[in-house]
Design a protein around this ligand. Structure first.
Ligand code: CP3
Length: 347
């Protein structure tokens, strides 16, 4: 028998198979929950809540109190890093994030980070969640910290927000290679420091979200989506060798293989486009996997939800496996559907 930690998520991440897969959901805190919408109404905006350690703790706890997930992910955002580097950030209701875009090499040279005291409220929120999980008896729930991957964060910094084709980012990268390398290097250094600070504050696992890894062409994937992650992992593991790191190269397709082989992450999160039987053969022999229910199926609910989640589990649970979605919960998902899924998962 293997020794377990009492926390199923940590067991799986250390390579121990559990009888039932531990679970949590990307964007498990958020607008599908009435208690989140109520607090948001009261506090005003997303950033106000993310930088209020009491509110961020409360929001992180909301889904845990309802569903007792095995993972509690701190309520924050990947775009707090550009903010801490000196870029103006706001969230416009219905439009998503807006940043003052980087247009030139000079704009990159103006960025800088100085120890990240701006992000102190995030660390304080992590400490609050750790205490609250203990006080409220959620002994098996693991606290997860996170950051964005350099490529994905760079796209927001250069585009000034979301994008469909990432043309501006790619042109910048190909036409100003030195400035782009400097930007990626700055993001590597600051993201690694940020993750280490989150671990100091109580995070037991960290996850690196590369939401737009799927936009990178095959020849650039290694340079922009594998090497920077490898550098972050080396820095974090240099300080904390035993803290698991989950990587999420969303949309990477066949490039998942290269990522699994060389990024150094402990486990990999699969998007809903990765065939689960292929992942069982090609990825699970190398590392634990997490995923990959389509959030649209969770929103649809009913029989299709039951069948799809059972199929994913039967394909992946022979080896260390964490149940999750392939991307974040859609904001119009009925809470009853999440209840149904949790009932299936708890068996
Ligand atoms: O998963 C969790 O519950 C933890 C919290 C979390 C948020 N953002 C809260 C949030 C996490 C892990 C993120 C990561 C994030 N943020 C990513 C990577 C994961 C992914 O979804 O691909 C990205 C690309 C972002 C950038 C971002 N933040 C966008 C594009 C938006 C606007 C889109 C939207 O859904 O409104 C946000 C805002 C945001 N981040 C919200 C939440 C709950 C919505 C804020 C609100 O209106 O209440």
């Amino acid at each position: 028998m293997s020794i377990t930690t009492g926390k199923p998520l940590l067991d799986v991440l250390s390579g121990t198979k559990t009888e039932k897969p531990p679970f949590w959901f990307m964007r498990q805190a958020g607008r599908y929950l009435p208690e989140y919408r109520a607090l948001r109404q009261e506090k005003g905006g997303f950033l106000e809540m993310a930088f209020d350690p009491q509110a961020a703790c409360e929001i992180t706890m909301q889904p845990i109190r309802r569903f007792e997930m095995d993972g509690a992910i701190i309520f924050s955002d990947i775009l707090v890093i550009p903010m801490a580097l000196g870029q103006h950030l706001e969230f416009v209701q219905g439009e998503g994030p807006k940043l003052d875009p980087i247009n030139t090499a000079d704009d990159v040279a103006k960025l800088g980070y100085s120890g990240f005291s701006k992000l102190e409220p995030v660390y304080e929120a992590l400490g609050n969640v750790k205490t609250t999980l203990g006080n409220e008896g959620f002994k098996q729930t693991t606290l997860i910290g996170f950051c964005g991957a350099p490529w994905t964060v760079a796209t927001y910094m250069i585009e000034g927000g979301s994008s469909k084709d990432f043309m501006k980012t790619k042109l910048f990268a190909y036409q100003n290679p030195e400035a782009f390398d400097n930007l990626i290097a700055l993001l590597v250094e600051s993201s690694a420091a940020y993750l280490i600070n989150q671990i100091n504050a109580g995070a037991e696992v960290v996850k690196i979200f590369d939401s737009w890894a799927g936009s990178v062409d095959q020849q650039s994937f290694y340079k922009w989506c594998v090497e920077p992650i490898r550098r972050i992992v080396d820095i974090v593991h240099g300080e904390y060798p035993h803290v698991p790191i989950i990587g999420f190269p969303r949309g990477a397709g066949y490039n998942y293989l290269e990522y699994v082989q060389d990024s150094g992450v402990t486990a990999v999160a699969l998007d809903q486009f990765v065939p689960t039987q292929w992942a069982a053969r090609a990825i699970q022999p190398n590392m634990p996997v997490q995923g990959n229910l389509d959030p649209a199926i969770l929103r649809a609910g009913g029989d299709v939800l039951i069948r799809a989640s059972e199929k994913i589990m039967s394909d992946l649970q022979e080896k260390p496996y964490i149940f999750n979605l392939g991307h974040g919960i859609n904001k119009d998902t009925p809470v009853e559907n999440v209840e149904l899924l949790v009932k299936i998962l708890k068996g």
